[in-house]
Design a protein around this ligand. Structure first.
Ligand SMILES: *[C@@H]1O[C@H](CO)[C@@H](O)[C@H](O)[C@H]1NC(C)=O
Ligand SMILES: *[C@@H]1O[C@H](CO)[C@@H](O)[C@H](O)[C@H]1NC(C)=O
Ligand SMILES: *[C@@H]1O[C@H](CO)[C@@H](O)[C@H](O)[C@H]1NC(C)=O
Ligand SMILES: *[C@@H]1O[C@H](CO)[C@@H](O)[C@H](O)[C@H]1NC(C)=O
Ligand SMILES: *[C@@H]1O[C@H](CO)[C@@H](O)[C@H](O)[C@H]1NC(C)=O
Ligand SMILES: *[C@@H]1O[C@H](CO)[C@@H](O)[C@H](O)[C@H]1NC(C)=O
Ligand SMILES: *[C@@H]1O[C@H](CO)[C@@H](O)[C@H](O)[C@H]1NC(C)=O
Ligand SMILES: *[C@@H]1O[C@H](CO)[C@@H](O)[C@H](O)[C@H]1NC(C)=O
Ligand SMILES: *[C@@H]1O[C@H](CO)[C@@H](O)[C@H](O)[C@H]1NC(C)=O
Ligand SMILES: CC(=O)N[C@H]1CO[C@H](CO)[C@@H](O)[C@@H]1O
Length: 849
């Protein structure tokens, strides 16, 4: 083990202490030390000592009877009580006597002096500087104390060099959990980190998120506030005010007055006071002076039950005080122990003749309280100057008591007492440390065990001050347990000192209603306006300040906390509209098939011949094909149906139209062109004109379809844009319009040709019918285009089907129906004679024109 330079520096700077320590070499007072096989040191603050400005380095003399610290005295007695219990015990350390050496550490220098004292080897008065302390045996094997975090930081750093176990009963500073810096430090009071966690849980429990925090001007308060601030920020709690209680000037200082005024001015109703007893007392003196009422004061374990604070006159008016306190524990027998020793104390006179060093300054030449002078653990009339132990004293005494027992249990294992007889070997502090870290035993029904950081596994009690008139008492209304961190609260009995006796409110802004995000106003997160989340976004509980967008398959209304699934819409087979359309399509198909059969039966009759003869079957086939393609529009769109339906329909329709056009043209040729341009007529007929024309038109449409398919093939596509709550699932038809346009042009062509033949004999005069069906076609097309631009929904598909069906029906109705009617019901018109008659009458009419 190497000696670090700071340690040497300490030894050098603290030479006066060293001299003071020489004075220790006298018969000590019976209260402060006892010989034993192994000595445990204890540091307690038996006097309150206000540090004065010094002109030279010197050890403070603690023995100032005017300000005996009762709390420290009870803790000190608890240690003696524990040691005596252990000595008397036949199971724990049988036949081994523990001794003690107790120091009164009222000030920083007294603490330093005491620390160096216990490091000396027995019967020596100095600390040897070695390069290897492995086999170094100091006077004490372990240390209990000191009380404050500030002193402990010094002591723990020094003792770490020897790995001497140190167990503090009141130093709660979070830093001490750092085992790299303080490897030999353990404690029986939970770390402030835990206390902060508990405070935050408590704040959350009551919904307070706009608070003030004040701390005392020492390591405890400053670190506590710092940690609190860090943890609070993670839990959406904001500090409207944060301050350190000034130590200078005490309760009457103008700074303190200003601080309280600013604190009250912020309007917060809850203040966390992370403070030692002295500063808390100053603060509440001022709070009472300033007539502050109806606030909640949240106290830390250091002052929440301290009589110095609750005994301030008029403090019952300040509002509600709740706080944390070390876990409730009883220590029966302590009071009897104290009074039993008080009588013997009086009879004894401790001696400590000053044996001053060269510089003439040492133990105590200044005290005039008794004959016992100087050495800084003297407190001859302690008992008579203290009050009976309060709850707070007893609860903390238990920490001391369990610390001593932890050392004893460690020693018990180290000496091998478990086997029956203890060995009484030499004990080096570092050996003991290893054993103490492993102890696990039950004391007065509570488990004593240290975690990896040397912290205990206890929690806190939650206490609330209670007033009946002017009489103070308190209720334990819950507890905080660690691992897992949780609060157990019985809220039923809580009495809040507010007008309506309800839990006070302390928030900067009211909680937003569901689905509204917070919009921060000013510096603090807790102050915000509420803004509803827009459509398509939702507010997740994980982030109350931002609305998150819903997924593409989802939607949300304004101010929503969840997204809803969007329904995917398409024209399903089961839809009533589908049923109607399907019936129509099937009916048309049956009619087409029936007509085909009828025409086949009457193929030789003049009506069928005049209608185009065998070409009728091509037309009917095409119509059937087109009709069948309409089935592709129903149900969930698939790759096949999307790809097939438009080409099949449009090519079929093109065939049909081109047939009509050819037929109409042919009739005109016969009646009109044959006589005017016989050459053209001959050429048309001899070169198989009709077939060529039909073929060319169809080929043109096939090319159109191929081009449109290759440039942008029709595929199933989900349309997310049109409706917020729906997804329209249909085929993409980007190029359909060109295909349709082609058919439209063809229709116009048909129309013109048939119009030219409007004056032909009635049997051959298709003009009326074709015009009629083509008009239906146009109207459908226009209606379709119009709806296409104004309506986008699942029924768009139905409209397309309807439009196509109507077009097909129009052609069927205009072209085939009249002929079918004549064949079936007007057989007298379906004769060669009738046709010849009408041709004759036409020819006479023309020649008469
Ligand atoms: C200290 O001494 C012990 C035994 O005397 C030895 O095992 C250890 O290595 C020494 N440590 C150093 C750092 O020299
Ligand atoms: C220890 O034993 C002695 C004598 O047996 C007794 O007087 C004393 O009260 C005991 N102390 C404790 C703390 O039990
Ligand atoms: C206690 O110690 C004494 C001597 O110191 C010895 O005679 C006695 O046997 C020991 N008793 C036990 C139980 O170890
Ligand atoms: C507080 O109240 C007392 C009496 O009710 C009054 O004398 C004093 O001025 C008040 N103090 C403040 C700061 O208002
Ligand atoms: C103690 O001595 C100081 C001077 O050193 C003196 O001022 C003080 O009054 C004395 N106190 C008592 C109680 O005698
Ligand atoms: C301590 O001992 C108790 C039983 O006595 C046991 O339940 C617990 O697990 C032990 N703790 C550890 C950390 O060993
Ligand atoms: C403090 O309490 C008062 C009275 O109940 C209330 O009007 C005020 O809004 C509260 N302040 C905060 C910050 O919540
Ligand atoms: C909403 O927040 C929870 C955590 O609070 C998280 O697990 C979940 O993934 C979040 N949901 C979305 C959609 O972001
Ligand atoms: C939304 O759809 C997903 C799958 O797409 C499903 O797991 C989830 O349960 C649906 N949510 C609701 C509310 O229907
Ligand atoms: C067993 C044992 O050694 N007990 C001792 C404990 O300490 C007291 C003094 O406080 C002795 O009297 C006992 O003998």
């Amino acid at each position: 083990m190497m000696l670090s330079p700071p340690f040497i520096l300490y030894l050098y700077l603290l030479a006066p202490c060293y001299w003071a320590f020489i004075c220790q070499n006298t018969e000590p007072s019976s209260e402060f030390s006892m010989d034993g096989d192994y000595t445990i040191a204890g540091f307690f603050r038996l006097h309150s000592y206000s540090t004065t400005v010094k002109s030279r380095p010197e050890v403070d003399i603690c023995d100032n009877a005017a300000s005996v610290n009762s709390h420290g005295y009870h803790l000190f007695q608890a240690m003696r009580f524990a040691i005596e219990k252990i000595n008397n015990s036949s199971s724990l350390l049988p036949n081994v006597t523990l001794g003690y050496e107790i120091y009164n550490t009222c000030s920083e220098s007294a603490n330093m002096y005491a620390t160096l004292s216990i490091l000396a080897q027995s019967r020596q008065h100095h600390v040897e500087v070695l390069s290897n302390f492995t086999h170094y045996q100091p006077k004490a094997v372990a240390l209990i104390g000191p009380d404050s975090s500030q002193f402990t930081l010094t002591t723990a750093a020094i003792l770490s060099i020897l790995l001497m176990p140190e167990i503090s009963y009141e130093a709660s500073n979070e830093m001490l959990s750092l085992k790299r810096a303080y490897p030999s430090f353990l404690r029986t009071i939970p770390s402030d980190r835990l206390q902060v966690e508990a405070v935050v849980l408590l704040l959350q429990e009551f919904g307070w998120n706009w608070i003030a925090m004040v701390g005392s001007d020492d390591a405890y308060g400053k670190n506590g506030i710092k940690t609190l601030q860090e943890v609070v920020a993670k839990h959406d709690i904001c500090a409207a005010y944060q301050g350190i209680i000034p130590t200078k000037g005490g309760a009457s200082s103008p700074e303190l007055k200003e601080m309280v005024r600013v604190l009250v001015g912020t309007g917060v109703n809850v203040t966390v006071v992370f403070s030692n007893v002295d500063s808390a007392k100053d603060l509440f003196d001022m709070v009472v002076q300033e007539n502050v009422t109806e606030k909640v004061w949240l106290g830390t374990e250091a002052w929440s039950l301290a009589s110095e604070v609750w005994s301030i006159p008029g403090i019952h008016r300040i509002g509600t005080v709740i706080g944390l306190s070390v876990k409730q524990a009883k220590l029966p027998g302590l009071e009897e122990f104290e009074s039993a020793h008080a009588s013997s104390e009086k009879s004894k006179v401790a001696t400590c003749a000053p044996d001053l060093g060269a510089d003439g300054r040492g133990g105590g030449t200044s005290s005039n309280e008794s004959t016992s002078q100087g050495c800084n653990q003297i407190c001859t009339r302690c008992h008579s100057l203290t009050s009976a132990p309060q709850t707070f004293d007893i609860w903390t005494s238990f920490n001391v008591y369990s610390a001593v027992f932890a050392v004893a249990h460690g020693l018990h294992h180290l000496l091998g007492c478990c086997s029956g007889a203890c060995s009484k070997d030499k004990v080096y502090p570092w050996q003991l440390l290893e054993k103490i870290k492993q102890v696990n035993f039950t004391l007065q029904k509570s488990q004593v065990h240290f975690d990896a950081n040397g912290d205990p596994l206890t929690g806190y009690d939650l206490v609330m001050w209670k007033w009946t008139g002017q009489t103070w008492s308190f209720d334990v209304f819950g507890s905080y347990l660690q691992n897992p961190d949780r609060l157990n609260i019985g809220q039923a009995g809580l009495l809040w000192h507010t007008k309506d006796n309800q839990v006070p409110v302390s928030t900067c802004s009211k909680v937003c209603v569901k689905g509204e995000k917070r919009m921060q106003v000013g510096l603090h997160q807790c102050c915000f306006n509420c803004v509803a989340c827009p459509t398509g976004t939702f507010l997740n509980s994980s982030d109350l300040y931002n609305c998150q967008p819903c997924g593409t398959d989802q939607w949300a209304p304004v101010g929503s906390e969840i997204c809803f699934n969007r329904t995917t819409e398409f024209l399903s087979w089961a839809d009533p509209v589908s049923w109607a359309l399907l019936t129509g399509i099937t009916l048309l198909l049956l009619l087409l098939a029936g007509t085909a059969a009828l025409f086949a039966q009457n193929l030789t009759t003049p009506v069928v011949k005049s209608a185009g003869g065998r070409m009728c079957f091509l037309m009917l086939g095409a119509l059937i094909c087109a009709c069948c393609s309409l089935y592709c529009y129903f149900g969930e769109p698939t790759w096949h149906t999307c790809l097939l339906k438009l080409p099949v329909f449009s090519i079929s329709f093109t065939i049909c139209l081109s047939c009509i056009a050819t037929h109409a043209f042919q009739i005109i040729c016969i009646f009109k062109l044959a006589s005017k341009w016989p050459a053209f007529y001959r050429a048309w007929m001899s070169h198989n004109g009709p077939n060529l024309f039909i073929g060319a038109c169809t080929a043109g449409q096939v090319v159109m379809c191929l081009v449109s398919l290759s440039t942008s093939p029709s595929v199933p596509r989900k349309d997310y844009k049109t409706f917020a709550t729906l997804i329209i699932f249909q085929c993409s038809e980007d190029n359909a319009v060109w295909v349709l346009l082609y058919n439209t042009l063809l229709s116009i062509c048909c129309f013109v040709i048939s119009y030219m033949g409007k004056d032909l004999p009635e049997n051959y005069n298709e003009a009326k019918c074709i015009t009629c069906s083509l008009l239906i076609n146009f109207v459908c097309f226009i209606c379709f285009l119009t709806t296409y631009f104004f309506y986008q929904g699942k029924y768009m598909v139905a409209i397309t089907v309807l439009s196509n069906l109507t077009t097909l029906s129009g052609i069927f109705g205009g072209y085939f129906l009249p002929k079918g009617y004549i064949i079936l019901f007007r057989a007298e018109l379906n004769t060669t004679e009738h046709f010849q008659m009408s041709i004759q009458s036409y020819t006479t009419k023309r020649s008469s024109d």
